[in-house]
Design a protein around this ligand. Structure first.
Ligand code: DC
Length: 222
């Protein structure tokens, strides 16, 4: 199977770019952040402290997370319920960042990710795909952009959904998540040694997709 790993910080455009590139190449697109978000949403719903690693780890026996592909769209199910919308709130983003620092959570979601990649040509995006989940992926890309460019894009997305968050709040949240994700002890966000860096600060969506597809094609013909 062909596996492409795309890692990078929040808001670099990973999901939109990876989804479009996957469609173009005929691969499935797997958004692994949705898995961490589903675990976070479980704690939020039950009023658990997402910053308490023991509390979060203790929820895992009560959680079943599944990914299903309806058409080529990924849906995430939490104990049989489709939570694909609920996982996208700013609270769910922060909860996901919190629970993703818990080693038991990463272990819990590991096999699920590996199994999908074993069975499908896929582009998988996340934080540790090239470094931990799929160290043998044929192509690894580290996709990034400046914090301000990323915050601006997130802000626009939230505005389109009618959310009232300010740009400053979005930027502060994003910087906090960057810090959390790259300073945690287990599987911190960092480029794999054999990854290709793609910076989308000055690229629009179309150019970013072109760049990513050309990196994939070049690697495949190496
Ligand atoms: O990509 P995202 O914003 O949906 O991810 C939500 C959180 O999940 C993010 O703050 C870090 C975490 N995450 C992770 O630790 N490892 C992954 N492979 C994907 C996401």
């Amino acid at each position: 199977m062909i596996n492409v790993a795309i890692d990078g910080p929040a808001g670099a455009g990973k999901s939109t770019i990876a989804r479009t590139a996957a469609k173009n190449l005929g691969y499935i697109y797997v958004d692994t952040g949705a898995l961490y978000r589903a675990v976070g949403v479980y704690s939020l719903r039950h009023g658990f402290d997402t910053k308490n690693a023991d509390t979060v780890a203790a929820t895992l026996p009560d959680i079943q997370v599944e990914l299903k592909f309806l058409g080529d769209i990924q849906h995430v199910f939490l104990n049989g319920e489709d939570v694909s919308e609920e996982i996208r709130t700013p609270d769910a983003s922060m909860a996901a960042s919190d629970v993703s620092a818990v080693p038991a959570v990463r272990q819990f979601l590991f096999d699920l990710q590996r199994d999908i990649a074993k069975q499908n040509n896929c582009i998988m995006d996340g934080r540790d795909i090239g470094t931990v989940v799929l160290p043998d992926a044929q192509v690894k890309i580290f996709l990034t952009a400046s914090p301000e460019a990323r915050a601006q894009r997130r802000y626009k997305e939230l505005q389109e959904k009618g959310a009232s968050d300010t740009y400053e709040a979005v930027l502060a949240d994003l910087k906090q998540r960057d810090y959390n994700d790259s300073h945690r002890a287990v599987a911190p966000l960092k480029p794999a040694e054999d990854s290709v860096l793609v910076d989308t600060t000055a690229l629009n969506l179309e150019k970013s997709v072109e760049k990513v597809i050309s990196v994939i094609r070049n690697k495949m013909t190496d």
